[in-house]
Design a protein around this ligand. Sequence first.
Ligand code: G3P
Ligand code: CA
Length: 270
Amino acid sequence: QAMTKKPNPSDSILNIAHRGASGYAPEHTIPAYALGQKMRGDYIEIDLQMTKDGHLIAMHDETVDRTTNGTGWVKDMTLAEIKKLDAGSWFNEKYPALANPAYVGLKVPTLEEVIHRFGRNARYYIETKAPEVYPGMEEELLRVLKQTGLINGRGRTNKVIIQSFSQESLLKVHQLNPRIPLVQLLWYETAGTAQITDEEIKNIKRYAVGVGPNYDKIDQAYVSKVRQAGLEIHPYTVNEPSEMKKLIRWGVTGMFTNYPDRLHQVLCEE
Ligand code: G3P
Ligand code: CA
């Protein structure tokens, strides 16, 4: 008698490799993204900054200080200047137990280089960082996505999610192309449990498919409210299996993690 495969509810929970598998390799480098794919991440998470000459690069901070051997603001540097920097040695110095000679001399990748390396079958979860500092960032992002074929001729994509803390930036993307799925990032700082109002949910639903809150301030009621409203919820940045399990019980639809291997393991056990 043929056995029917039991549907696995965790199949649909997205494993988002935060800055790549950045718990193991220098964030936002090709090896970190490659490791994220190898560890079964569903999405490569990319933070964007824009150079003086208008190129989108993968970097979290507005300055190159923390994640390269250089100093200065990305907005004041050309891509040629950025390309002279070493984006891997800092990691070996900071995490000697994880150091790898292959990380020495790694370059800061452009968004185009990342997409060319991982191709149209990979999935990308892209954040517009500091959009107020970079006029034209959204237009350039959409140009790159079209040119690399991640957005088709009809303006559709099933390989890209765009995220931002800036509602203005997301609204701009939405205006330029209403077919791209967007996620509104949220940051809750104060002690106690985060609350989201009906009004906020209604407002976010006008342009986004989901929200991305910091995981440590939300509770089951928060997750239920967002899910009942029909929004996705992808908390960040969840690195401990016990926290991953708790969030899955509460009904999140994905999460950002520096350790996609740990999340994959948790999802396999569900
Ligand atoms: O994009 C989700 C999460 O990464 C937001 O925080 O500072 O790591 O970009 P950050
Ligand atoms: Ca991010």
